[in-house]
Write a protein that binds this ligand. Structure first.
Ligand SMILES: *Cc1c(COP(=O)(O)O)cnc(C)c1O
Length: 361
């Protein structure tokens, strides 16, 4: 099998141009005669690269100077716990908006370090919709409000970012970061595991308003303290040098694609095409998410007869359409349409869906 269409939820498809460039540079990066993975992060070449990557991501997402950009490790999950350590003093509380699996996990992991107040939860409908902003029970004294902008497993995305007033908004954007333009100023802190829209796993991108780094909280080991990471330009200890490099190639690729506005248009077209195929199938395929909450990144769907879902997955894989099995918690099917997934992949999937229906319908 020479090339497949990869619909994996993460680690996920990377742009082919990025992979080809990494391949070309693998044995001799930047004229050094060595691969990027063999270089010291304290070396001139690596430091210059890190500066270029930061310039590129700032230009890409229009990140203001009073926000720090950090390249961390531990996955988004570690930061579920580390964010309250850094932003909440002992005894403080934080508001959590829960509209799916990851938001619930963020609240659970934060609980040892902050009084978690669930300000809204849409679990009553099995996370098929979003908790309307006017139902949130926000605490004006909360240390922060935590929101998951896209729920990867449930296929739910906020169509716009709700207003949280003066309380800093902390957003887990792991699965929709840089899929559309964003107004960084609306947020106190944005974080994302890299393995969906940015690069390889093992890297976390964080964009944080600098004043939040100085909050008096509790004694923290340096390695857990974001302010120390910022002061050390994310090189407090050995960073994920490979991940940082590939992320940089992806930021350059996104800029060459026309930036976030152009990327957003493509993402909208991709999602529309797939949802139209589901909705236009006369009930053969179904998607239970409220239309206004449907994710552009992760399309959850299923065959009307759930017994056919595994058949669909196996036949799709044989046809070169990979990783369409839904998350184990929910079953069914899921197609992830991150930035690196081209429209041609969606066309191939839609054609396969029609063919499958003809054969099994
Ligand atoms: C994938 C994902 C995570 C978990 O990321 P790890 O890097 O595996 O810790 C957290 N939040 C969201 C929204 C995700 O999609």
């Amino acid at each position: 099998m020479s090339q497949v269409w990869n619909f994996s939820a993460g680690p996920a498809a990377l742009p082919r141009e990025v992979l080809e460039r990494a391949q070309r540079e693998l044995l001799d990066w930047d004229g050094s005669g060595m691969s990027i993975m063999e270089q010291s992060h304290r070396g001139k070449r690596f430091i210059a690269m890190a500066e270029r990557v930061e310039d590129d991501v700032r230009a890409l997402a229009d990140i203001p100077g009073d926000y720090a950009v950090l390249f961390l490790q531990g996955g988004a999950t570690q930061h579920f716990a580390q964010i309250p350590m850094n932003l909440a003093a002992p005894g403080a509380s934080a508001d959590y908006i829960i509209n799916g699996h990851w938001g619930a996990k963020a609240a659970r992991e934060a609980a040892p370090y902050v009084n978690v107040h669930v300000a809204a939860d849409s679990n009553h409908d099995g996370y098929r919709g979003l908790p309307a902003r006017d139902t949130w029970q926000l605490d004006p004294h909360a240390a922060y409000v935590h929101l998951t902008t896209n729920e990867t497993i449930h296929g739910i995305e906020w169509p716009s970012i709700p207003d949280t007033g003066a309380v800093p908004l902390v957003a887990d954007m792991s699965s929709d970061i840089f899929s559309q333009p964003l107004d960084v100023r609306r947020f106190g802190l944005i974080y994302a595991g890299a393995q969906k829209n940015i690069g390889p796993s093992g890297l976390v991108l964080m964009i944080v308003r600098r004043d939040l780094l100085d909050r008096p909280t509790r004694p923290l080991a340096h390695i857990l303290h974001y302010a120390d990471h910022a002061a050390a330009n994310s090189m407090l200890n050995t960073p994920n040098t490979w991940g940082w490099y590939v992320a940089g190639l992806t930021f350059q690729w996104m800029r060459a694609q026309g930036g976030l506005t152009a990327i957003a248009e493509r993402n909208r077209a991709k999602a529309q095409r797939l949802y139209a195929a589901i909705d236009g199938s006369g009930g053969y395929y179904r998607n239970d998410v409220e239309p206004t909450a449907r994710s552009r990144m992760n399309v959850r769907f299923g065959v009307h007869d759930a017994a056919l879902d595994p058949v669909f997955v196996a036949e799709a894989e044989a046809a070169g359409l990979i990783a369409l099995k839904g998350h184990k918690a929910l079953g069914g099917l899921r197609a992830s349409l991150y930035n690196a997934v081209p429209l041609a992949a969606v066309d191939a999937l839609v054609a396969f869906m029609q063919d499958f229906r003809t054969r099994h319908g």
